[in-house]
Ligand binder design. Sequence first.
Ligand code: CA
Length: 230
Amino acid sequence: MNKISILIIEDDQAINNLIKTTLETRDYKYFSAANGLDGILVATSQNPDIILLDLGLPDMDGNEIIKKIRSYSNTPIIVISARSEDRDKVEALDNGADDYLTKPFSVDELLARIRSTSRRLAYMQGSTSSNRIFENGRLKIDYVSSVAYLNEEELHLTPIEYKLLNLLAKNVGKVLTYTYITKEIWGSSWDSDIASLRVFMATLRKKIEKDGVNYIQTHVGVGYRMLRIE
Ligand code: CA
């Protein structure tokens, strides 16, 4: 029996059923709600490990639900949105959602998102004391000396590249929006900051991905995510 429990908040009965069936066949425990109010009630009473949240609900804006849940918990939230709701998706990530799925999605995509979120969850729960060193694949960050390594060799990063790497590492597995990253790095989010971000991201990737391992995933129009390398 899979120990992870998942709450589905989705008013589209066909999609809700598809997700339920998928989770059932994989032995996930699940709860389901067809509107925002029920969703919040189940989230507080059952305390699920992961929440799958449709942004277009009949009674509430999905982003309001994220804000409510984030006011008391860090439970990973995977947002489900239609292609036309691109802006809502970015807003959802800015409000603290962890990842997103765009409709129509396949069962494989859904399961992959749940797996990567579960890994992130396990990492979050296990990383309370090991905050000195970050390791991912061949990449290592020593937070005490503020030095990053690739294949045990010191990486020569500029202060901004280092800050950027730290931010991505701290949120490994999570999609970070342009707005979030630029606000963290420069304290503002002007178009010029986003242009700078692209440049620094390119130089950082050149340094950490020279072996052909993709540590950083680009989400066009949304932002970036550091992948957890097995
Ligand atoms: Ca809907």
